[in-house]
Structure formats: structure tokens, C-alpha cells
Design a protein around this ligand. Structure first.
Ligand code: HGY
Ligand code: MN
Ligand code: MN
Length: 407
């Protein structure tokens, strides 16, 4: 499988050149370079004899009906949007491998029909809310999302129309109950597999996540004439809260929290900050501890605000429960690891994935590949060709088991 593995990595590297920013990989939801990504994937899908369409939220979808319509239908794929200054493999590798699995299904004449999806939006970078692509396929796209606006003032609806799509057709993106399963292959994006010198692992569950913004409103004023004791500085209130978040979460165990983005008004060096917005990304395997921690962190924000004469408001953007993968499908995947001679390592995903949305619609399983250096959401993100080969061997065995398992 070395040739197929190298071909999948080459496709990821080719897609990495499609970026909004020269010299680094940034590809947000329905940005202009996504058209070039679709062109690369369409060419590969056409060569595989797949029928291809782009649905109303921008998911590129290729269907290989290699078997009679009554045969089982498996959805494969991952996302093609990225964070700013990303690596070449987060999401994209899952799409490249999905296309290799179609090639394998054709050669092996497997009794399974396959739909490959390149999800249009998983990261939530452009509009602050993730999983827009997979929500539509899972029939969970809330039309209120169309009104969300990015920092450039463009709404989701306008972004969809600007890309040449029609938001009124979103309901047709729904996969309906035809699906018999969804299988996503993804890099681990963390240090676990590398620390154990393992190529691959089965994902048993995906942690829950809260995303939102804590907004601090103080009093903008002159940096030189305003005595320290008379200030209501939104920036130092936010800074105190960010450090309090870090301290709380380190002591709480089982949680991770990130305050990764800050917006300041008027954002000038000689003006005391009047307004500051800080994002919070809070995750835990147990939903209860995440919800409890969020309550405590909001309370700490209010206490800091009261003491500093700064008003504080929490704005929630996502409250995603932890999601277990499908037991039966995951057992099949575990059997494939064993059959291919790989240790049956099972783990929880600290990263969110489209699989957590599709799991509400169809039995879902995920396979992880080692992340060399444990690096992701960074240009240093990489994969080892032998780990990609391992994923292809195991995926091929999994396809065989899936297509022959009774419905
Ligand atoms: O942020 C995440 O968990 C994923 O990489 N979208
Ligand atoms: Mn990501
Ligand atoms: Mn991802």
C-alpha cells in the first residue's frame, strides 16, 4: 500500500497549496481557494467513476454506486477547512484516504456503496460556530446559523451565495436514513500515539466541548491622564480572568481550556481598553465536569468585573456533549486492527470532529493516525507514510467486514 499511501499524502500536499494566505495554510469556510480544492477532488472522483455534487452548505460529495442500490451505504470523509496557519493533514487526510478506499472497493468488488464527503466547515474559524457542513448532512442545520456574521461582516447566508450556492436548498443536503454508517480517519493531533510508538488507534469517544466568548465592558480613557485608581480597564479585567481560567482548570483535572482569541476596542496603545472579548474553548470527557467548570468560570468573571467596575457577559456559541462512537462499528474496526497485526489501542479524542455530529444520524467509527511530535493546528503537522499505509490496510479490512456484516 506504499503507492496508495504516497498518493494520499501527495493529494494533501497539493490541497495545502490552496490557501487564503501566501506562505501559510489558511482555508476558512467557503473562502475562494476552496474552489481550487474542489477542482482537485472532483478530478480524482471523476477518475474513480463517482458522481459529484456540491450541496447547499458547500460540502463536496462524490458517490460511488459500485453495487446495487439495496447494498449498504457507507459515508467516508472529513473536513477541508483549516485553522489559520494550519498543517496539511488535519481533515484533508481523511478525504484523501476516503478516495483510496473507493479505489480499493472497486478493485475488491466490495458489496458496499460509498459516498465520500469533503465537509465544508468543521473548525468554526470564520463564524465562530463549528460543524456547519456535517450539521447539514445530519439534518441538524439550524437556519438561524445563516444570520451569523464573521469579522468581515459577511453572513453565513451571504458567504453561501457568494460561493455560488443556494441556502434555500440546505434541506436537500440531509443524507436521510439511507446511510448504514460513517467512518472517519483523522490524525490524532496529540502526543499519545507517538509516546507509545503506535501507528494507529480506534477512537471510542470524542470529548464534549463548550465554545463561547466572555465580553468585558469597562471605560475607555486616556492612557496618560487617567490615574490607576480611577480606571475601569477591560483589558486587565480580561487578563486576570484568563489567568484565573488557567489556574482553575489545572487544579480541576480532566479539563482543558483555551482562551485563544482576543478582540479589543479601541485597540490603541495609548487608550485604556473599553471593550474586550475573549474566547473560551473548554473540553472534558465528562459533560458534568465541563458544565460545572463553565458555571464556576463565569462566576469568577463576574467577581472580577464587580471588583474592577467592569461589566462582564458570557456569550455561548457551542455546547457539544461528549459523543461515544458506535459500539458495533468500533468492534469491527478493532477486529480489523487485530487482523492486520496492530495492537488494539482504543482512545478518546480530545479534538472535535464531524464524526460527533454524524453519530446522531448513523453508526459512526473513527480511526486515528499518529501525529509526529504531537503537533497539529500548526504548519509542523505531519504524518508518517508507514502510518498512512497502516490506516489503508486496516480500512480495507474494515470495508470488507462492513460490507459483509448483516444490516
Ligand atoms: O478544534 C478541534 O477540536 C478540531 O480540530 N476542529
Ligand atoms: Mn482542526
Ligand atoms: Mn480536524
Amino acid at each position: 500500500m506504499r503507492k496508495e499511501a504516497e498518493r494520499a499524502i501527495a493529494l494533501c500536499r497539493a490541497i495545502a497549496t490552496c490557501s487564503e494566505e501566501p506562505g501559510r495554510i489558511t482555508r476558512r469556510y467557503l473562502a475562494e481557494p476552496v474552489h481550487a480544492v474542489h477542482a482537485l477532488l472532483r478530478a480524482r472522483m471523476a477518475a474513480l467513476g463517482m458522481s459529484v455534487r456540491v450541496d447547499a452548505v458547500g460540502n463536496l460529495r462524490g458517490v460511488w454506486m459500485g453495487r446495487p442500490a439495496h447494498a449498504k451505504r457507507l459515508l467516508l470523509g472529513s473536513h477541508i477547512d483549516t485553522v489559520p496557519d494550519a498543517g496539511a493533514f488535519d481533515g484533508v487526510l481523511g478525504v484523501a484516504l476516503a478516495l483510496e478506499f473507493v479505489e480499493i472497493a472497486r478493485k475488491e468488488k466490495l458489496a458496499v456503496n460509498i459516498e465520500v464527503v469533503a465537509f465544508s466547515e468543521e473548525e468554526g474559524v470564520r463564524f465562530g460556530v463549528p460543524f456547519l457542513g456535517s450539521r447539514a448532512i445530519a439534518g441538524k442545520f439550524d437556519v438561524e446559523l445563516l444570520a451569523l456574521r464573521g469579522t468581515d461582516g459577511v453572513s453565513v447566508e451571504e458567504a453561501i451565495r457568494n460561493f455560488g450556492l443556494r441556502p434555500e436548498e440546505i434541506a436537500q443536503a440531509d443524507s436521510h436514513p439511507e446511510l448504514d454508517g460513517f467512518f472517519e480517519v483523522h490524525i490524532e493531533q496529540g502526543p499519545v500515539l507517538e509516546s507509545e510508538d503506535l501507528s494507529i488507534a480506534v477512537v471510542e469517544s470524542i470529548v464534549g466541548q463548550t465554545r463561547g466568548e466572555m465580553r468585558f465592558a469597562g471605560t475607555a480613557n486616556h492612557a496618560g491622564t487617567t490615574p490607576m485608581r480611577l480606571r475601569h480597564d477591560a483589558m486587565t479585567a480580561a487578563a486576570e480572568w484568563m489567568l484565573a481560567v488557567e489556574k482553575f482548570v489545572i487544579e480541576a483535572k480532566g479539563l482543558v481550556a483555551t482562551t485563544g482569541k482576543i478582540e479589543v476596542e479601541p485597540n490603541a496603545g495609548n487608550v485604556i481598553a473599553g471593550r474586550v472579548g475573549v474566547t473560551l474553548d473548554l473540553r472534558a470527557a465528562q459533560d458534568e465536569s465541563r458544565v460545572e467548570a463553565l458555571k464556576a468560570l463565569i462566576g469568577i468573571g463576574y467577581e472580577i468585573g464587580k471588583r474592577r467596575g467592569v461589566s462582564v457577559e458570557w456569550h455561548s456559541k457551542l455546547d457539544q456533549s461528549a459523543v461515544p462512537m458506535d459500539e458495533r462499528l468500533t468492534a469491527l474496526l478493532g477486529a480489523s486492527l487485530e487482523a492486520c497485526g496492530y495492537p488494539d489501542r482504543v482512545m478518546t479524542s480530545g479534538a472535535g470532529h464531524d464524526a460527533m455530529v454524524l453519530a446522531a444520524r448513523t453508526p459512526t467509527a473513527m480511526l486515528f493516525l499518529r501525529s509526529p511530535g504531537g503537533v497539529s493546528h500548526h504548519p509542523g503537522e505531519n504524518v508518517r507514510v508507514e502510518d498512512v499505509e497502516a490506516a489503508l490496510h486496516v480500512g480495507k479490512d474494515f470495508l470488507r467486514r462492513f460490507s459483509s456484516a448483516i444490516r
